[in-house]
Design a binder for this molecule. Structure first.
Ligand code: F6P
Length: 459
């Protein structure tokens, strides 16, 4: 009898998994994995029909694997691929090269560079992908659907389908996908292998038709057979975020914030300290706003949650320093004893980020390019101030919030500060109408819709 889709076993393969470990004395404590990808896939794990294979990313994760954790009979398997290969696969190939490529972050004059060291890193990326392929073959029940996630794991499919033709592989790409001219800045053998690796899936999914179209053009450019493709946007679990918003801890965080900002107009952002998030241009736009609108000095405050990320990559360390330096300059230029123009929060504390979601009057989401951007949906879902969203045209989520958000080109400092000025000057009536529309748009889809689209693509 054929298996019904709702009974089909599912295997997830992703770099970051649903659990990680933290040492406390001699013990290893299990911690829930973070990030949008993990949150989106978690409901599938909760159904009990999924197995999840992920990389052991930290020293503590590797110790856990050595001690037999999370346990061979459980649904989660962490792969220890060795620190040398992990660094090259994650920091170099995935984050310094593929992430930069798909987010349009290369500057041409200095990066990328493909030397002998790069070639070693590429071999490490291949080895890690092969280790994942072995694990998928080993842990997949017969005729399972395998959901392969993101740019870290593009090479699995040809290896897995040769060994296990009974499996159906669906790839989902969480980042943007660069267009055919842009991908030419990737080293040619790597590019060829990545595109044929992706094309070997039963189907490939993207957050928006724009990234899907770019992928199809890249595949077509090389005369590769195109797999089935689909676009499906992810959403956060807004119920869970509302629970955080309603918690006593969030109320306390909001009270602390209120004490700092008083009744000022709050511009906010919540991001990883990430080059593609365009944090520095955001502060430069705010700097211009304070220059051209002296009446706003002392009346607005920028609350920026920017938590450090990927500090193994030199460009991220340099960017973190630049962000802090830019904040210091703006605060020094315009601040006074009673007013700090930018409040920079470096801790990754979700509860206090949600408190800021509740309190902002304008949310700035201005990535250079973004696969989707969940912050632009999470904020409007819990905001209590008829908050507006100033949104980059290059964020995947832009189409979903069209008409309700204020769209800006992320490179245009004048347009961004003018958009901030426009939302500050906007009538209460229009603010209310737009914020209600933003909320409806944010609520239109659930993580389950996104999962269902991936499973349907496997049929
Ligand atoms: O955009 C892809 C993604 O995996 C997101 O899900 C997540 O927020 C981000 O990248 C985190 O990256 P990393 O796992 O490298 O910290």
């Amino acid at each position: 009898m054929p298996t019904r889709p709702s009974e089909t076993p599912v295997v997830i393969a992703s770099n970051r998994g649903p659990v990680s470990y933290r040492s406390e004395g001699d013990d290893l404590v299990e911690v829930r994995g973070g990030g949008g990808l993990v949150a989106g896939l978690q409901p599938l794990l909760d159904t009990g029909r999924a197995t999840w294979i992920a990389a052991a990313l930290s020293e503590d994760d590797r110790s856990a694997v050595a001690r037999g954790l999370p346990g061979p009979s459980g649904p989660v398997h962490l792969l220890d691929v060795g620190t040398g290969d992990l660094e090259r696969y994650y920091d170099v190939v995935s984050n310094e090269v593929l992430w930069f490529l798909h987010h349009g972050l290369f500057d041409g004059a200095h990066s990328p560079t493909y030397d002998d060291d790069w070639r070693e890193s590429w071999q490490a990326y291949r080895r890690v992908n092969r280790a994942f392929a072995h694990a998928v073959c080993e842990h997949s029940p017969e005729r399972a659907v395998v959901l392969v996630q993101d740019y870290h794991l593009t090479l699995l499919a040809p290896w897995v389908t040769t060994q296990r033709p009974d499996l159906r592989l669906v790839h989902f790409h969480h980042t943007p996908f660069a267009g055919p001219s842009e991908v030419r800045s990737l080293e040619p053998t790597a590019l060829q292998e990545i595109l044929s690796g992706l094309a070997a899936h039963h189907a490939c999914g993207f957050h928006t038709p724009r990234w899907e179209g770019n992928f199809l053009r890249c595949v077509d450019d090389r005369s590769l057979p195109a797999p089935r493709t689909f676009s499906s946007t992810l959403s956060s679990d807004l119920g869970a975020i509302r629970e955080v918003a309603a918690s006593a801890a969030c109320a306390a965080a909001l009270a602390r914030l209120d004490e700092q900002v008083g009744d000022r107009f709050v511009i906010a952002r919540v991001d990883r300290m990430e080059l593609s998030k365009n944090v520095v241009r955001g502060f430069e736009s705010y700097d211009r706003l304070l220059r051209i609108r002296p009446d706003l000095r002392g009346r607005v405050v920028f609350v920026a949650h920017c938590y450090p990320s990927r500090l193994g990559v030199p460009a991220y360390r340099a960017y973190r320093d630049l962000v802090v330096e830019t904040v210091d300059q703006v605060n020094e230029r315009w601040g006074d004893a009673g007013w700090t123009p930018i409040l920079l929060e470096l801790d990754d504390d979700f509860t206090s980020s949600v408190a800021t979601y509740r309190r902002y009057d304008a949310l700035l989401v201005n990535p250079v390019r973004d696969g989707l951007n969940l912050v632009a949906k999470e904020g409007p879902a819990v905001n209590e101030r008829h908050g507006q969203v100033v949104l980059s045209t290059e964020a995947g989520v832009c189409g979903e919030l069209a008409g309700a958000a204020d769209e800006v080109n992320p490179f245009d400092l004048v347009a961004t500060s003018d958009a901030l000025a426009a939302v500050i000057d906007r009538s209460t009536e229009e603010r209310r109408a737009r914020s209600e529309q933003l909320r409806r748009d944010a609520e239109a889809r659930t993580p389950e819709d996104w999962l269902a689209d991936q499973l349907r693509a496997a049929e």
